[in-house]
Design a protein around this ligand. Structure first.
Ligand code: PEP
Ligand code: MG
Length: 574
């Protein structure tokens, strides 16, 4: 997904007035007032003292007043939030209301003549340091204390509150980028669209926006300067544009599309009936039930590392069985592809990966971690087999980051030893794409991870916003890798699916089907859009469009050629 110049579905007037252009990563159009995510609160100067003649008691009282106002604001926000966000807000509110911090800051005002903001800053830092020194759970609370510190200081200084703005009315969130901690507080009923200056198609922000169904544009360099606080903006998450002061007609059209909720009937096919299995990507086990509700035909990628992240040691087999069973239980009788642990690079795990590697993306990651630690893979396969025996789902297992025929052979043998007979590989490395024939002579199936396959084909770190224009699965070089993988699959009569983010983009999905991909796995939110576009396109048309894209010279050209031939995208606002 790259900057798109040839947006076909915006009015000419709209296109002329495009103020910010980036990478459209979550389709849909929405308008609203801009609310910028405030940057970090600056540390007050250590020399900020009360001026001669200042009322010391009034200054001390202001600390308590602002802390109380912050606590109240957070409690109100907690009441209207849900789930994890409500919990985080309520905990932070309690911390802001804690008298210890206020009293210690007031002492600094009264006894040392420090300005209220500096006093709060220093008092909170002292508490945070004590907590950090205690380690474990207490150390994690240090971050919450610093969050409260920033809020009270922002309130005292009259600067914007850090973090996701808390507003009565829905808004368009504009930020440099979103940190994972910000996104926990993101309320989809309030955030109509997201525009970030940094980030690429596989960034945290992009994945989150897609999973919440919020239109989003990332990698829009001047977003913060151009999209000023309070101005009305219309965001097009498919075209990758944001327009200030849109016409009433464009806003009405966007709103009409937003109210039209598409659903997926649970069976993907092209207009002439060619079956394309539409599956869900699942991370946290609890997400499996939601994926089933969304009509997913099964799970095409269960990222098991979610059960391992934030752990200092490997979870026990029993813990793993419990987590895996939650996912399998949501899909009785249906296919669930369980990916073995993908540790390393963007998913470091202290008990398994070496964080000092100079090039973690090219290092000991994915299946390679089992070379030195075969026991962890063995334990995981034991847990998967146990979970599979206890549930009725059709369990497939695959390994991430496979590069060679030998690795395939060893992995398949390890799975078979545990009675897991449908063992496959992810194709994420160009060598595996080019060797898919012999690889698929050993493996039962392949699933293409386009996020990593794009990263390695284009030699562009998927996490670097500055390289986002290269991180584009629509690039003909990446499409040729996919074509080659499908050729190997056809030779060996083995199914080839796609489970990277490219599967969730309806225009890319059409091309993938045309290249020979038989299943697409994506965030459950994307299922209705991909299903609707496939249902309007024949297999032959998919094949023609795939050839058109393969013959292009750049990702932009390939995308523009394909989109230009798919008027259904325009009709559906995708
Ligand atoms: C991929 O690389 O496309 C993929 C699906 O795996 P992950 O994003 O978890 O690396
Ligand atoms: Mg990957």
């Amino acid at each position: 997904m790259a900057p798109r110049d040839g947006s076909t579905h915006l009015s000419t007037e709209h296109a002329r007035r495009t103020n910010v252009r980036g990478i459209g990563v979550s389709p849909g159009r929405a308008a609203g007032p801009v609310a910028q995510l405030a940057g970090a609160v600056p540390a007050p100067s250590p020399h900020e003292r009360l001026a001669a003649g200042d009322d010391v008691e009034a200054a001390a009282a202001s600390v308590a007043e602002h802390a109380a106002a912050v606590a109240e604001g957070l409690s109100t926000a907690a009441e209207s939030a849900e789930g994890e966000a409500a919990e985080i807000l309520a905990t932070t509110a309690q911390m802001a209301a804690d008298p210890t911090l206020v009293q210690s800051a007031q002492a600094k005002v009264r006894e040392e003549g420090k300005a209220p903001a500096l006093a709060v800053w220093e008092a909170a830092d002292a508490v945070a340091e004590q907590l950090s020194a205690l380690g474990g759970y207490m150390a994690e609370r240090a971050r919450d204390v610093r969050d409260v510190r920033d809020r009270v200081v922002a309130s005292l200084l009259g600067v914007p509150m850090p973090g996701i703005p808390q507003r009565e009315e829905p808004f368009v969130l504009v930020a440099l980028d979103l940190a994972p901690a910000d996104t926990a507080l993101l309320d989809p009923s309030k955030v109509r669209a997201i525009v970030t200056a940094e980030g690429g198609p596989t960034s945290h922000t992009a994945i989150l926006a897609r999973s919440l169904g919020i239109p989003a544009v990332v990698g829009a360099p001047h977003a913060l300067e151009v999209l000023e606080e309070g101005r009305t903006v219309l965001v097009d998450g498919a075209a990758g544009t944001a327009v200030l002061d849109p016409s009433a007609e464009d806003v009405a059209a966007a709103e009409a599309l937003a109210t039209h909720v598409r659903t997926f009937d649970g069976e993907g096919r092209t207009s002439d009936g060619h079956r394309v299995h539409l599956l869900a990507n699942v991370g946290e086990p609890a997400g499996a039930a939601k994926a089933a509700q969304a009509g997913a035909e099964g799970v095409g990628l269960f990222r098991t590392e979610f059960c391992f992240l934030d752990r200092n040691e490997e979870p026990t087999v029993a813990e793993q069985v419990k987590a895996y069973r939650t996912v399998l239980a949501a899909f009785p009788g249906k296919k669930v592809v369980v990916r073995t642990l993908d540790a390393g690079a963007d998913k470091p795990m202290p008990f398994l990966t070496d964080t000092a590697e100079p090039n973690p993306a090219l290092g000991v990651r994915g299946l390679r971690t089992s070379w030195r630690n075969p026991r962890i893979l063995d334990n995981q396969l034991t847990a998967i087999a146990e979970a599979a025996a206890a549930e009725s789902a059709d369990v497939w297992v695959m390994a991430p980051m496979v590069a060679t025929v030998d690795e395939t052979e060893e992995f398949v043998a390890a799975c078979n030893k545990h009675g897991l007979t449908t063992a496959g590989v992810m194709v994420e490395v160009p060598s595996a794409a080019l060797m898919s024939g012999p690889i698929l002579a050993r493996a039962a199936f392949a699933s293409i991870g386009t996020n990593d396959l794009t990263q390695y084909t284009m030699a562009a770190d998927r996490l670097l916003g500055s390289l986002a224009s290269l991180s584009d699965a629509f690039h003909p070089a990446v499409l040729r890798m996919i074509e080659e993988t499908c050729r190997g699959g056809a030779q060996q009569s083995r199914p080839v699916g796609v489970c990277g983010e490219a599967a969730a983009d309806p225009a890319t999905a059409v091309v993938l089907v045309g290249l020979g991909v038989s299943s697409l796995s994506m965030s459950p939110r994307s299922l209705p859009d991909v299903a609707a576009v496939l249902a309007a396109t024949s297999l032959q048309r998919c094949q023609e469009l795939a050839q058109l894209a393969l013959g292009a010279e750049s990702a932009e050209q390939a995308r523009a050629l394909v989109r230009g031939q798919l008027p259904v995208l325009d009709e559906l606002g995708l």
